[in-house]
Design a binder for this molecule. Structure first.
Ligand code: SF4
Length: 437
């Protein structure tokens, strides 16, 4: 392979993959490779794949095949990430155009293959930081030690490894210096942060939040995604409520609302405890926004168990909730379980859940009407009658997964404005800009 000068990187999957890709890009640009938008213009094409569920594996394979089909002479196609960690041999065998395969966390090896001297790249030059919108992701840990029987992530990512606090503080400050107004903390399980370094649950994430809050200053939002239900402690609730820049938003994937199903999933199954910490969160932060996700059609799920899920979700009334179809994964405890649920039953249950959740989400959204909120502007445009309008997010909406706010007025993408909410849709809010900040 001739020494590559340009690369084209495709990232699939979740925000944690975005962070990994950004890390790889820093190595590549530090080695003076140039990113290009069109794959045909690249010397090296890299795909950072997702292997989480069958559907994401299929999407990753489709992307790899399309890039392999369009490859021209002299181009190198590299496939890396979660899917190849599990199925590297199969990817190579089924797509002959693939030149190199890497698993997860092998970004230095990818860079070395592309003739980058990674030993010379010690720090992150600010000019190469990639903050394109007002938000940036900060991956505080990787890997997971939980035994969830539907999940292949521990096999892909390995055991929990928390990033050192000092490094995270430095990284957060770099993101702010590059223009980020919101830092979204991600990891397989945020609330486990520090456990591998001997910290107790009560002191890990709350302590890190205090350090980050001070380091980034009061105007930069900190948002928490992926909290593990049994680790939402009183200390975490108090810390969130007391720090000025931790947004009142929490994503706690609960996966099910039946204790029997949760036991089979090997998930925390004390639902009274879940109701307890949700009461605590709402008492400490009456404006808190809660997101969760559930799985429909886990092996053995009966109609009665699914009805319990519906009742549980209705009782808590989450602002945002997703429902995934159970996906049978090799190397997981549930793979061999008897009583796999037929696809049509899974689909029907998921649809039933989403119909219920749509009504709940719309009702929850209406409580924002009449409020004036800070909003991060992500885009601008105009309505059919040429009224200028901006789209963005308040603390109620996490990037990429929740709805948006549309507000009449003008503002630059990346800026922050005050918006008065005048109307609520099922998922989005509508209003007008009252002041720019
Ligand atoms: S906590 Fe999340 S990442 Fe870890 S095994 Fe369970 S579902 Fe998978």
């Amino acid at each position: 392979m001739a020494v590559p000068r340009t690369y084209h990187l495709v990232t699939l999957g979740c925000p944690k993959n975005d962070v990994d890709s950004e890390h790889l890009e820093r190595l590549l640009t530090g080695g003076e490779l140039l990113p290009v938008i069109q794959p045909e213009a690249a010397d090296a094409i890299i795909v950072n794949t997702c292997g989480f569920i069958e559907q994401s594996q299929a999407e990753s394979m489709e992307a790899v095949r399309a890039l392999a089909d369009g490859k021209r002479d002299g181009q190198t196609l590299i496939v890396a990430g979660c899917m190849t960690q599990l199925y590297g041999g199969e990817v190579r065998a089924s797509v002959p155009g693939v030149d190199h395969v890497f698993g997860v966390g092998q970004w230095q090896d990818v860079a070395k293959l592309l003739s980058v001297d990674v030993t010379g790249i010690h720090d992150i030059p600010e000019r190469t930081a990639k903050v394109t919108g007002p938000s940036a992701y900060l991956k505080i840990s990787d890997g997971c030690d939980a035994p969830c029987t539907f999940c292949v992530i521990p096999r892909i990512k390995g055991q929990l490894r928390s990033a050192p606090a000092g490094m995270l503080v430095k990284e957060a400050q770099r993101l702010v210096a590059s223009g980020a107004k919101e830092i979204v903390l991600v990891g397989q399980d945020l609330t486990a942060w520090g456990e591998d370094q001997g910290m107790a649950v009560a002191s890990g994430l709350p302590g890190l939040l205090r350090m980050l809050s001070e380091a980034v200053g009061p105007d930069v939002w900190l948002r928490l995604m992926y909290a593990y239900p049994s680790r939402v402690s009183s200390e975490l609730v108090e810390t969130m409520a007391s720090l000025p820049n931790v947004v009142h938003y929490l994503d706690v994937p609960l996966q099910h609302g039946s204790e029997v199903t949760l036991r089979r999933m090997k998930r925390p199954h004390n639902l009274e405890r879940v109701h307890g910490f949700i009461r605590e969160l709402r008492a400490a932060m009456p404006d808190i926004v809660l997101r969760t996700s559930f799985i429909a059609g886990f092996p053995g799920e009966t109609d009665a168990e699914f009805a319990e899920l519906l009742a549980f979700a209705k009782a808590i009334h989450f602002d945002h909730a997703g429902c995934f179809l159970y996906s049978r994964q090799q190397w997981t405890g549930a793979f061999e379980m008897a009583e796999q649920v037929p696809d049509e039953v899974k689909l029907e249950r998921r649809d039933r859940f989403m119909r219920q959740q749509q009504r709940i989400a719309a009702k929850q959204a209406r409580r924002f009407v009449g409020k004036t909120l800070d909003m991060l502007v992500e885009g601008e445009g105009e309505t059919e009658d040429h009224t200028p309008v901006v789209a963005g997010r308040t603390y109620r909406e996490a990037p990429e997964v929740d709805g948006l706010v549309f507000a009449t007025g003008t503002a630059t993408p990346g800026s922050r404005v005050r918006v008065r909410i005048e109307e609520a849709g099922d998922y989005d809010l509508f209003g007008s800009i009252v002041t720019r900040k």
